[in-house]
Ligand binder design. Structure first.
Ligand SMILES: Cc1cc2nc3c(=O)[nH]c(=O)nc-3n(C[C@H](O)[C@H](O)[C@H](O)COP(=O)(O)OP(=O)(O)OC[C@H]3O[C@@H](n4cnc5c(N)ncnc54)[C@H](O)[C@@H]3O)c2cc1C
Length: 312
């Protein structure tokens, strides 16, 4: 069912401005692919976000929460329903905590890279290895983004969420579980704000660590073509998906405008005006080959979003 004109008017009154309609998802995602999104709402504050969620639920409107779009793949047919993007909510604050700690509070639309930058330049340690992850705070929590043995979940002390029924709740460290690229958030809830507690450390040491992680990322990841980072999760701590795909001989394999990166085989890059279907075809080919040839069932790290509820 399409979102009706009346429903769009209600969304407008909740937001205090027009929602966007028919925006190409390639403009909202790092892969630069994907057809039109039916309606996109960018709430500016907690109240609008809460009301929007209650409304979507009451009206049984299908919705998807989109941050910076750096870990998702939308189809060429686009998305039927409501995209809620918290990117306009990006307050960031820092306060001194007990002994040598500080507390950083970041709303969901804040770029993770900005939080990392602020932490490192304020002499706070813990986030250095997260440098270069291009997500928003909300998306980074939902995916439990991580690098260099540290993940966002390790650093969170408190999470403020809006539940699917529009209620606000907060969770202290330890009350929600997380693991390798997942965070056990209540279903369909939205991260509104995350708080991180970090320790002070020698600023020179922090800058040294940062330089090490920057150079590692620059030398191991492809640059210059749109992508969504690693496509597959590592099958085990000892088996890297990139090394496996390389061993299967896929580096440089093309489908339409998409290509398995020759720098890092777990990246599929949009080399030349790729369609989402080109990327999906490569994903399918690699998954099948891994299962048939080495008996490994690869799991996706990126999320593929179906165009509609009843899409097979
Ligand atoms: C070049 C490149 C390098 C990358 N390197 C890394 C890396 O080193 N480590 C790593 O872990 N990832 C990496 N990624 C993947 C990606 O950046 C992270 O997963 C990031 O945290 C996703 O954040 P996002 O805002 O883009 O989320 P999106 O892609 O917009 O969404 C991802 C998921 O999070 C959900 N979501 C988004 N916002 C919210 C919210 N406010 N509340 C609830 N759910 C929400 C979405 O519904 C979706 O399910 C990389 C990506 C790229 C392009």
């Amino acid at each position: 069912m399409r979102i009706s004109e009346t429903q769009i008017r209600r969304i407008r009154s909740i937001l205090g401005e027009d929602p966007l309609t028919g925006v190409p998802l390639k403009n909202l995602t790092s892969y630069r692919v994907g057809g039109p999104a039916e309606v996109v709402a960018l709430p500016r504050n907690l109240e609008s976000l809460t009301r929007l969620l209650s409304f979507a639920r009451q009206e049984d409107i299908r919705y998807f929460i989109l941050g910076n779009g750096t870990n998702v793949l939308f189809h060429d047919d686009g998305f039927r329903g409501l995209i809620i993007s918290p990117l306009r909510m990006k307050n960031l604050s820092m306060e001194k905590g007990l002994s040598n700690t500080s507390l950083i509070k970041a709303q969901s639309g804040t770029p993770l890279s900005l939080v990392v930058y602020r932490a490192c330049n304020s002499g706070l340690t813990g986030m250095e290895s997260l440098w270069g992850i291009p997500g928003s705070i909300g998306g980074s929590v939902a995916c439990n983004a991580g690098a260099g043995g540290v993940s966002v979940g390790d650093l969170i002390t408190e999470l403020e969420l809006v539940n699917a029924d529009g209620r606000n709740t907060s969770f202290k460290r330890g009350s929600l579980s997380y693991g390798y690229r997942f965070f056990d958030l209540p279903s369909q809830s939205i991260v509104f704000q995350a708080s991180f507690e970090l320790n002070s450390a020698d600023p020179d040491e922090i800058q040294k660590k940062l330089a090490k992680f920057k150079s590692l990322r620059r030398s191991t990841q492809p640059r210059g073509f749109p992508n969504a980072g690693c496509v597959f999760k590592n099958p085990s701590p000892n088996t890297q998906a990139g090394a496996l795909i390389d061993k299967l001989g896929f580096k440089g394999t093309k489908c339409g405008g998409a290509e398995v990166s020759s720098v890092h085989a777990n990246f599929i890059v949009n080399r030349n005006k790729a369609k989402a279907q080109d990327i999906l075809n490569l994903i399918e080919t690699i998954t099948e080959a891994a299962a048939k040839r080495v008996g490994i069932s690869l799991e996706l790290e990126i999320q593929i979003i179906k165009p509609s509820r009843n899409y097979a």
